[in-house]
Design a protein around this ligand. Sequence first.
Ligand SMILES: *Cc1c(COP(=O)(O)O)cnc(C)c1O
Length: 378
Amino acid sequence: MKKHSALRIETLAIHAGHTPDPTTGAVMQPIHLSTSFERNPDGTYPAGYVYTRTDNPNRVALETCLTALEGGAAAAAFGSGMAAIAAIFQALAPGDHILFPDDAYFGAGRLVRELMAPWGLTYSVVNMADVDAVRAAMQPTTRLMWVETPSNPLLKITDIAAVAQIAHAAGARCAVDNTWPSPTGQQPLALGADLVMHATTKYLGGHSDLLGGAVIARAADAFFERIRLVQTIGGAAPSPFDCWLLMRSIRTLPYRMRAHSEHAQRIAEFLADHPAVESVHYPGLPGHPGHAIARQQMQQFGGMLSIQVRGGTDAAMRVAGRVQLFTRATSLGGVESLIEHRASVEGSHTTTPANLLRISVGLEHPDDLMADLAQALA
Ligand SMILES: *Cc1c(COP(=O)(O)O)cnc(C)c1O
């Protein structure tokens, strides 16, 4: 596997980064748990590996795979999605300004407010579904535009090509949290973004049993080298076992994502017609304000949606309390469906509507999922 560019994503997911083990011929790469690697008598290293924090064969395989899936030049894998976001922020310099979206993963907002601002980064918050508002919010010191589309939990859509152009005109980088669509649903680098971030904990892992993150860069430039430094010297490295598990999961990602998206579309349409539901947020619905842009820039609308239940917090909690197949839990992207009252998980800084339930649509039969939601909403 050398040239990846002409291959489809189903093929890349199975082959990129995979090579039979040269010492045994094992078809699947072994898990290299060793933290240290022996030197030759002349002081060189047989395969270039020195120490697992700085480099490990399972991590290199994963980074090779992720680079191919997103069409980038390089990737760095981390111990969590938050560590990947922190690495991008820490590659900035004190005084730099981050333009941040008004609806985004709650942990990313806390990271900016509670950790990065005290270290000297500045930020402001803007509605990134509004391109004119983004243009107006740029400051002379803006060096990073943080984009999450579809956003969490309102599934707002940002026009990646348009805002990346605004960022570049101002000498800033555009980074996209691509966790929700996954590389099969959206390819931000091809749309003009400079960096893609994933919580691999979610769809890439796909089974709710590992924590991980990644940054994929359009160019292996000096800024990416700083992100690499946060990984290797900052030490936010993933375990070889988690890298190996991800390589196993990613092989089925394109087929899982097709089903997640197909099921979510059906459930969104069902809920949009339900009298107990005030509104459904899903970019695959023609009435969604971002539908036209989503159709242009996404290959699939993904497996995440949120609904606002008529009647406020109590009504929403009652629905979450009555489902049988959906598990009441946070997180997303696994084969099992989850439902969550988001505002009460986010806590005091939340801007999430009190009657909102976030749904991660799994791979159960969609008719069974709809029957469960119907009885819970009745
Ligand atoms: C879960 C998530 C994160 C954080 O990832 P962790 O692996 O939990 O640290 C970041 N962004 C989005 C969109 C997420 O869903």
